[in-house]
Design a protein. Sequence first.
Length: 272
Amino acid sequence: MGVTLAYLSLIVLLPLSALAVRAAGLGLSDFLALAGDRRVVSALTLSFGASLVSAVVNAVFGLLLAWVLVRYRFPGKRLVDAAIDLPFALPTAVAGIALTSLYAPNGWVGRLFAPGGLFAPLFGEGGLRIAYSPLGVIVALTFVSLPFVVRTVQPVLEEMDGELEQAAATLGAGRLQTVFRVVLPTVTPALLTGFALALARSIGEYGSVIFIAGNIPYVSEIAPLLIVIRLEEFNYAGATAVAALMLVISFAILLAINVIQTWSRRRYGLGA
């Protein structure tokens, strides 16, 4: 216990405490003034909003991917299974460059949505701009956080007895009823854990986003990048305020998810 607490203090608690002390030293009025800056609010809104969207997308499609990998056999299954872990091993800067080359207006995918592209008429005369926009931020965050959901849910699905689904079908339950009344209650705690991990990963992401975002203030500038910019400007007070806000908001979100996860375990009889 002593070693554990000492390690936790050195790696996590002390740096966070130092940030809290530095933020408290700014004074309430100065902190609120720095936190209320329109550029800071815009960057925080984009970071947390895009992270939430990407985590929700991955919660849905990550569950589907895990289900397919566990329940079905198909050619190339091992290749797909290995590809899911690619964002873990791939440097984030490389991922950002690759995504930008794909989704830029002249990229393989981006040109299909750019003016004159195949799908451009679906989005009006200007088409759809993916790279260098908030949508590009969501794409990058979805890419880097997908494995967290799949790898968290997959073991639970592997351990789930398939006879439960067969019993539900025998009792007259349809496919949707089986999913919502048998499968989802079992995987909900693990799905919430994967969602929380994906959200946390997305909030702090930097390398893969700065290339595809375009980093336009008030449009596609994320909070981690704004912290770096403030440090390069030697505006340590501004960087501290943004970092402290990210810490407080992240902690509140993860605490809420943890409470929901605990409730779901008790609700479905899976333990506290």
